[in-house]
Design a binder for this molecule. Structure first.
Ligand SMILES: Nc1ncnc2c1ncn2[C@@H]1O[C@H](COP(=O)(O)OP(=O)(O)O)[C@@H](O)[C@H]1O
Ligand SMILES: [Mg+2]
Length: 375
């Protein structure tokens, strides 16, 4: 019998709410329905304003935003259930990642904030909701990120081929899945699309560069690339995770100024593609020289220039999207949070201490009971 879970994800790109309905009754998850619901423009504006200047947001404004995001997640969940021709009572649970507004996991009081009050999701949908996945791992000494490697391992590890899974969202993270052993590793490599989006939005129409077309007309600026690669994050050993607090437009503009020569906007865009490709490829090759297949997911899988550069830098390994391997690249992360919700409800850990740096494995998240259980 089918066991339906629903995953809700909005990453650092804040491009929309990815909602998937999945049947998790078997060994391999089955995708039943998936759709990205755009954020209402006013909410998206507030998300970006809060991320850019968290100190300008009062507690009252934060409370309002948290509730409004929760309502938007709930609406996406209900719309997805309806579109999948199911009823909310048939969904065992929702796994809601929330919208990251702040990520500062290092230090004795590490902290990461995913907004979108799950009380509203459980109340509006009536479905039990698991949320706040990151902070228990941080409390156990981890980065709280990345959390997708356990799902990547379950879905993509094989004894025949050494693989790396690359998730290119706003930030990029890798999971290394060697063919011969169970020990896996993974970490955030740095910016994925976040700087590309910010630069495109500033100089062109639209929030991202479709297929990387604009960047393909530019040339890599070596001085600028060197400025960008000099950031200490790239050589810092894992465990590590990062966010917009570190890699943002202000940092990029400061690096451009330091570069000592003018760089045309289109060349900046092309250099940013190179930065993402280089930092991902270097990270993979530094830890796993024998990797044979690189499977790419997240929105960056649609950037043709980025995919070509990854293929060049990682040759002779095969670089492909996850689609031919069983799951479309747009839905891997939301599916992971549906699966993590199932792990939580069944009392199983969701973090991998070797990845996050936590002292031990933990059951992730908080459970907000749906109406069915309460009645
Ligand atoms: N057709 C495309 N061409 C180039 N880039 C794309 C395309 N579609 C999506 N993207 C990029 O992917 C990003 C969204 O990726 P996503 O995996 O949803 O990231 P996040 O998890 O941060 O929300 C967009 O902001 C954009 O930069
Ligand atoms: Mg997204």
């Amino acid at each position: 019998m089918a066991e339906y879970y629903l995953g809700l994800m909005s990453g650092t790109s804040a491009d929309g709410i990815d909602a998937v309905v999945a049947d998790l009754s078997g060994r391999i998850p089955r995708l039943v329905f998936a759709h990205t619901y755009p954020w209402p423009a006013s909410l998206r504006k507030k998300i970006f304003a809060t991320i850019a200047n968290p100190g300008n947001v009062s507690l009252a404004e934060f409370g309002d935003l948290d509730a409004a995001l929760g309502e938007a997640f709930a609406e996406a969940a209900v719309a997805a259930v309806t579109a999948a021709k199911l009823h909310c009572s048939q969904i065992t649970a929702i796994g809601s990642h929330g919208q990251t507004l702040f990520h500062a996991p290092d230090g004795p009081r590490g902290f990461s904030l995913q907004a979108g009050d799950a009380n509203h999701i459980a109340e509006i949908s009536g479905i039990t909701t698991v949320a706040d996945f990151r902070r228990r791992d941080i409390a156990a000494g981890g980065q709280g990120a990345p959390l997708v490697p356990a799902f990547h391992q379950m879905l993509f590890q094989t004894p025949d081929v050494s693989r790396a899974i690359v998730n290119i969202g706003g930030m990029a993270n890798i999971t290394l899945l060697p063919k011969h052993c169970d020990t896996i590793s993974g970490f955030d490599t740095g910016p994925g699309n976040v700087l590309l989006d910010a630069w495109h939005e500033r100089h062109r129409h639209g929030s991202y560069d479709p297929e990387g077309a604009w960047s393909s007309g530019g040339a890599v600026s070596t001085p600028l690339l060197e400025q960008l690669l000099a950031h200490p994050y790239f050589t810092q050993p894992p465990p590590k995770s990062t966010g917009r607090e570190v890699f943002c437009r202000a940092w990029l503009e400061e690096r451009i100024e330091h570069c000592g020569q003018p760089v045309a906007p289109v060349d900046v865009q092309r250099t940013l593609v190179e930065l993402t490709a280089r930092t991902i490829a270097d990270a993979i090759l530094h830890y796993e020289t024998e990797v044979e297949e690189i499977l790419v997911c997240g929105g960056g899988a649609h950037n043709e220039v980025l995919m070509l550069r990854l293929a060049d830098l990682l040759d002779p390994a095969i670089v492909e999207s996850t689609e031919p391997y069983g799951l479309h690249p747009d839905w891997v992360e939301a599916m992971a949070f549906a699966w993590l919700a199932q792990r939580t409800l069944t009392g199983q850990p969701g973090n991998i201490p070797a990845v996050t740096g936590a002292r031990h494995s933990v059951v992730l998240g908080a459970i907000y009971t749906g109406r069915r259980e309460a009645s």
